[in-house]
Each structure stands twice: as structure tokens, then as C-alpha cells.
Design a protein around this ligand. Structure first.
Ligand code: SF4
Length: 220
């Protein structure tokens, strides 16, 4: 992605995964979340500075360049980004491609619908699958594309083929080792596994330090 400074704060980009939604998807992890769910696996990522600050146009161009079936926005909470910029991103990708948008948020759909901000409704109109609600560790049942069973996989747009499996599908956790040895995973960890994932990654990486491993799944 071209380095263009903008309002969207990004922690990580993954050009292809099958672990967070139907088909092969690009994933954007936004930096930052004002909620504080117990057991949040993204806490350290949310507290760290963003890897990148960019514009909706530049981020959309990266998504459109990845050649995938759809894209997933996660975090952090995408709804803690400037909502005009988030809406612009979703609208650009929607208008310039057939890609469907899947978005994770710790807010509920009804909370988002009640926000006194027209940009929130612009976002919702451009989302196809919304996984909503806070992560509750005790309700992590290991199923689906949501972190805990209180969360709902809502189909709210037409580009949502395959979404019916969202609450019951067996989870996938993808591990990657980069050429420089950096280990990362994508997906939804099992209950009480998020906190020890760093040490397990350290083992997988041949005892590289945990700080060298990325521990950035999704707990929504
Ligand atoms: S689980 Fe998601 S919504 Fe909850 S604190 Fe972590 S990033 Fe925020």
C-alpha cells in the first residue's frame, strides 16, 4: 500500500485468509477499542501505536488489489475509527467491486442503529455481514465466526453468500511464519487460549521472543 497519511488507524493487514468469514478474504485489523471485554486478545495490539495511518481511498485500493471473495474489518473495533472515513472506505469498495463486507464490532447492532451520527447508518448500509456484541469469555463455545455465543452473525446486506454457516462452522486458526521468522495467526482462539497464545507461538517459532510474534486474532 502506498504510504498516504490519513485518519484510519491500522494495526495489521492480511491479504488472504479463510478463517474470518466465508470464502477467501482480505482482513484489516484497525487499531484501538474503547470497550474493555475481559479476555480480549487484542488488548496489547489496541494499546500499541498503529502500524499505519492511511486514507479510505488508499485502504480501498489495497483491498481491491488483493483478488479475494470478500473483505473483513476487525480490530480493535472498526466503529472506534472516524465514522466518516469508515463509511467512505466501505462505500468505495462497494461501488467499485462486487466484494462483500464483513465487520466485527463490540457494539450491538441496535446500539449502532441508535447512534446519533448519520455516518454510522452509512456504514451499516454498506455492510453485508455484521458480527456484533462484546466478547464474553465464559460464552466462548468454540463455534463459528464469533468469539462468544452472545454475539450474533447478522446478515444485513446482499453480498453475504455462505454467511448461514457463521454461527456453527468449525473454527479455523491460520498460523503463518514470515521469511523473517515472524509468526502470526488469524482466527478466533478457543476459550482461555488467547492469553497463552503468545507463549505457544514462541514455541512454534523456535523460541523466538514472544514480542517478535504477532498475536492478533479476533475475539469479538
Ligand atoms: S474483544 Fe473486541 S470489542 Fe472487546 S475490548 Fe477487545 S477489541 Fe474491543
Amino acid at each position: 500500500m502506498d504510504l498516504v497519511l490519513g485518519p484510519l488507524r491500522i494495526s495489521r493487514l492480511e491479504p488472504e485468509t479463510r478463517a474470518l468469514g466465508p470464502g477467501q478474504r482480505a482482513v484489516v485489523w484497525f487499531q484501538g477499542c474503547t470497550l474493555s471485554c475481559g479476555g480480549c486478545i487484542a488488548a496489547s495490539m489496541n494499546a500499541a501505536p498503529p502500524m499505519l495511518r492511511t486514507t479510505p481511498r488508499a485502504l480501498a485500493d489495497w483491498i481491491l488489489s488483493t483478488g479475494i471473495d470478500g473483505f473483513t474489518l476487525s480490530g480493535g473495533d472498526p466503529f472506534d475509527q472516524p465514522l466518516d472515513a469508515l463509511a467512505e472506505l466501505l462505500e468505495i469498495v462497494r461501488s467499485e467491486s462486487p466484494l462483500g463486507a464483513m465487520v466485527y464490532t463490540g457494539r450491538t447492532l441496535s446500539q449502532l442503529q441508535c447512534l446519533d451520527d448519520p455516518n454510522a447508518l452509512r456504514c451499516l448500509r454498506a455492510i453485508d455481514i455484521l458480527v456484533d456484541g462484546p466478547y464474553i469469555e465464559e460464552l466462548n463455545d468454540g463455534l463459528g465466526w464469533r468469539g462468544s455465543s452472545n454475539q450474533v452473525v447478522h446478515v444485513i446486506g446482499p453480498r453475504s453468500a455462505g454467511a448461514e454457516a457463521g454461527a456453527v462452522t468449525t473454527r479455523k486458526l491460520e498460523l503463518r511464519v514470515a521469511p523473517n521468522g515472524l509468526v502470526s495467526f488469524t482466527g478466533l482462539p478457543a476459550r482461555k487460549r488467547g492469553c497463552d497464545m503468545g507463549s505457544r507461538l514462541e514455541f512454534a517459532a523456535g523460541n523466538r521472543s514472544a514480542s517478535e510474534s504477532q498475536n492478533e486474532g479476533e475475539m469479538h
